[in-house]
Ligand binder design. Sequence first.
Ligand SMILES: Nc1ncnc2c1ncn2[C@@H]1O[C@H](COP(=O)(O)OP(=O)(O)OP(=O)(O)O)[C@@H](O)[C@H]1O
Ligand SMILES: [Mg+2]
Length: 235
Amino acid sequence: MDTPAIKLTGLKKRYGSGDAAVDALKGVDMTIWPGEVVGLVGPSGSGKSTLLKCLGAVIEPTGGRMELAGDVIYEDGWKIPDLRALRRDRIGFIFQAPYLIPFLNVTDNVALLPMLAGQDNAGARKRALELLTALDVQHRAGAQISQLSGGEQQRVAIARSLANHAPIILADEPTAPLDSERALTVMRILNDLAREYRTAIIVVTHDEKIIPTFKRIYHIRDGRTHEEAGEGRVI
Ligand SMILES: Nc1ncnc2c1ncn2[C@@H]1O[C@H](COP(=O)(O)OP(=O)(O)OP(=O)(O)O)[C@@H](O)[C@H]1O
Ligand SMILES: [Mg+2]
């Protein structure tokens, strides 16, 4: 039997304290296997982004347990010393807002992380161009970020999150600014990646166009999750 890529047990996150405390996650259980693309859906404010940020070690949970590929990352406190290395090497993020680096051009935004992780610059730029081509934005490869439309920025951000072959990709509304054909293209790329590299991918979405593509969907409401089978439509 495989080791889960992600295993959460009773994961909790409370923001603030006292009267102002918000219990965003009240005990989330979740298991994601290598090679799976899983949907995470729920109403606004239900804790979806909070869950992804905990998983990506962007914010610290306040209770429960989190394992990645069998390593205990959090159990009532962080259990590994180097969270930056975890974020750099093990997690690819696609945020709700693209957060691209404004003073680098498109190609270098995509190539940066692999370069920082030690790949040679030419190889990293070649791979960046392949990804930009797959996302149909290669014609903007030399442009500055400020010259791109919102949808183009999002596709560059997706290319960047794929560039370092992280075993886990966390995507927060990745298709929101895209038209339906491009949204399905993004889902096809994510599914191909999951199959080819055994990447585990969580996609937060409200997007009716892509929901039928998931085999499994976690619903989150009031800080807790439950799992449902999806259609798993082939795209
Ligand atoms: N930094 C913060 N400080 C205090 N409360 C926060 C903070 N971030 C989020 N919250 C609260 O935690 C709850 C969950 O927020 P979260 O951003 O995870 O929701 P979401 O499911 O991603 O919503 P959306 O679909 O609108 O993006 C909300 O009640 C929100 O107001
Ligand atoms: Mg959110």
